[in-house]
Design a protein around this ligand. Structure first.
Ligand SMILES: [Ca+2]
Ligand SMILES: [Ca+2]
Length: 226
């Protein structure tokens, strides 16, 4: 029989094995013979990755390759692992809250509406506005999943200390600064639901610049609200 070497990689098996465990690259060299199955001299490896389920091996043409597949090429070939990620299809967030998904390093997120949910470079999500958005999960630039995100107002909270936006049991200029940044939609700051309740100094339906003015007045001892 003619032996055609199909070398998936020339790197040493040991190095590749460690790559398999730690990297998104799941490759191992295997010498195959045209007309025989991929299981020749041992089954194809079954890689593992946190929060992901291995689906199978895909060749360069997108064909699923199993141990029973017959080798139909004499060329070098690279098989790519196909994964299914354990990701939710729906995320409910309260306005102002943050969360992060347990992502594999290979995945990045992109928001369809950054005025609803903002994705930081760290991939942390911040609910910056009420409404719905779609999170695109990208692997190597390709969308592999869409997650619907719904942001709603936090349930109304009882004020613990009027003006204490950062909830440290004290009202000072840091609270005014935090509120000002929140109102300016500074995406680097987050205010908890309790903080938003405390920020609503005039007790109406909104947290807005009127409340900021009142906090500044409190700080300047102009107001006798306390
Ligand atoms: Ca405070
Ligand atoms: Ca208010």
């Amino acid at each position: 029989m003619l032996r055609h070497a199909v070398i998936l990689s020339r790197r040493s098996a040991r190095q590749l094995l460690s790559n398999m465990v730690s990297e998104k690259v799941d490759i191992r060299s295997k010498i195959l013979v045209y007309g025989e199955t991929y299981a020749r001299k041992g089954a194809l490896p079954t890689p593992t990755k946190p929060n992901a389920k291995f689906i199978g091996w895909i060749d360069e043409n997108g064909n699923m390759i199993t141990n029973d597949t017959v080798v139909a090429t004499t060329k070098d070939q690279t098989l790519t692992a196909k994964w299914e990620y354990a990701l939710p299809s729906l995320i409910d967030m309260e306005l102002g809250s943050q969360c992060s998904l347990d992502l594999s390093d290979a995945l990045t997120l992109k928001s369809s509406n950054e005025n609803v949910v903002y994705v930081a470079p760290s991939q942390t999500l911040t609910a910056v506005g009420t409404g719905n958005a779609v999170l695109f999960v990208l692997e190597n630039g390709e969308i592999i999943k869409q997650i619907n995100v719904s942001v709603t107002n936090a349930p109304s909270q009882v004020q613990t200390l009027l003006g204490d936006v950062d909830c440290n049991s004290d009202v000072n200029v840091a609270d005014a600064v935090l509120l000002a940044r929140m109102l300016a939609e500074d995406k680097d700051v987050t205010v908890s639901a309790q903080g938003r309740a405390n920020a609503n100094v005039n007790g109406d339906d909104n947290v807005d610049s009127d409340d900021l003015t009142m906090i500044l007045e409190i700080l300047a001892n102009i107001s006798s609200a306390f």
